[in-house]
Design a protein around this ligand. Structure first.
Ligand SMILES: [Zn+2]
Length: 449
């Protein structure tokens, strides 16, 4: 048993904000929430974690991430800089994923943002993995990194036709193998940190045949999809050319949408497509910084909210930090619509409510909320509010006053993974040093390709 006490708790649940509160943690779950004195008396033998009146809240959930993107950091590209999103994919990302060929590259490129996530309060990620130089078993390597770091994750492999039929078949096989493995784990071992879904890149690199094959496997396994949707105009043009209909309609036709499917980005979609997302209860994930960086446009977030589409927020590999992502999600609509009234309610809901609802589809107990019975995924921040703080204005304290380096302690699945900004179970310095070594060799490979 652990007891976090002397805590200023933002539960993001029905208990709102609790002053001088305490959280009793039994194993991997939250057993009880109350006042410090009351719970100290009730659980005198529990390991006491003194929050010293810091802010305690649920860890952040990153609803779309690419751990494998790490080695692009600081890497130059040969030739002219990419002019379009299509060129960014071809000159950078597809070249990078093809050159990921070793277990070390996969492991260290995953470890770095997992650690940075812990340090910025992210306790769970929905990852979208691609390493076309090493497909078979790649999700096991990502899983090992996530388990070593102690981070909750939902993993999948980006199925695509971009590197030929053999690679396509291997991608489907990897999804199926890993989904089966996680199903088996539920029965044979109490590993509750990792879940699986079926990954697909985007309509523009998926043939009709691949969509059919993926659908039949996912249906058999009872899972949905994690797929990029209409991120760039290229996706729309390709879909019209291939099928005569736009991206969302094409995906609907092949049975890819539904309440277990994550449609990432959804920038270039029209009203009819928004209606289809709603009718099929498909989830959408917004990644504003990545979209700005790729110059692909602004997702019609306000329309999604008007229609009641479950819209969450991720980082798309642009950053491991949810603070960064939500701050941009907050401010971008104001600039885009030239209206200071928009963006606040939507970004708050994405971060505080909708990501939790999205992750609930993959785990047997709630995450992203401090309530009895939820997984104990909790962060403690060195944040002492300079103005009155309550459940209703907490989000605005976050936007204007909180940042990555205020995260002091991170607890995931009841296990303390970081305390006083020190990672307890892994050697951060050693991992970063090894990552630089592996990345240097990887860059040489990229330069020679
Ligand atoms: Zn992505």
């Amino acid at each position: 048993m652990k007891l976090i006490g002397n805590a200023e708790i933002l539960t993001l649940g029905s208990k709102g904000f609790i002053h001088d509160g305490a959280i009793a943690i039994d194993g991997e779950t939250i057993k009880e929430i109350g006042q410090t004195e009351e719970l100290r008396n009730k659980y005198p033998d529990a390991e006491f974690i003194n929050a010293e009146h810091r802010l305690v809240m649920p860890g952040f959930l990153n609803a779309h991430m690419h751990l494998y993107s790490t080695f692009a950091r600081g890497m130059g590209l040969k030739g002219e800089p990419p002019k379009t999103f299509g060129e960014i994919l071809k000159k950078l990302w597809w070249k990078l994923d093809k050159n990921l060929t070793t277990k070390e590259e996969l492991y260290y490129s995953a470890m770095v943002p997992l650690i940075e996530g812990i340090k910025s309060g992210t306790t769970a990620i929905l990852d979208h993995h691609a390493s076309f130089g090493l497909i078979d078993g790649s999700l096991d390597i990502i899983e090992k990194a996530a388990l070593d770091a102690g981070v909750r994750s939902v993993l999948c492999y980006e199925t695509s036709d971009r590197w030929g039929k053999e690679a396509r078949d291997a991608s489907i096989r990897e999804n199926v193998r890993f989904i089966m493995k996680k199903k088996k784990d539920v029965i044979t071992e109490p590993e509750t940190l990792t879940a699986a879904t079926f990954g697909m890149h985007a309509s523009l690199t998926l043939s009709d045949e691949t969509l059919e094959m993926s659908k039949s496997e996912a249906e058999r396994l009872g899972v949905g999809f994690h797929i990029h949707v209409a991120e760039g105009e290229e996706d729309v043009e390709d879909s019209l050319k291939k099928s005569g209909v736009r991206v969302v309609e094409r995906l609907k036709k092949f049975g890819i949408l539904g309440d277990k499917t994550l449609a990432i980005h959804c920038i270039h979609i029209n009203e009819k497509e928004i209606d289809i997302l709603k009718e099929t209860n498909t989830m959408v994930v917004h990644n504003p910084e990545s979209n700005m960086n790729n110059a692909v446009g602004v997702a019609p977030i306000l329309e999604f909210f008007k229609k009641g589409i479950l819209t969450g927020i991720g980082t798309d590999g642009y950053t491991p930090s949810m603070f960064e992502s939500v701050k941009v999600a907050y401010i971008l609509p104001k600039l885009h619509y030239k209206d200071p009234r928009v963006g606040g309610g939507e970004s708050q809901k994405m971060l505080f409510e909708n990501n939790r609802k999205i992750f609930a589809k993959f785990f047997d107990k709630p995450v992203g909320v401090i309530e009895e019975g939820a997984y104990a995924d909790i962060i403690i921040l060195d944040y002492y509010p300079p103005t009155p703080f309550n459940a209703d204005n907490a989000f605005y304290h976050l936007i204007f006053g909180m940042r990555d380096n205020l995260v002091n302690t991170t607890i995931i699945n009841g296990r303390i993974v970081m305390k006083d900004r020190k990672l307890l179970n892994i050697d951060e310095e050693k991992i970063m040093a090894k990552s630089r070594e592996v990345a240097k060799k990887f860059w040489e490979k990229m330069q020679n390709d």
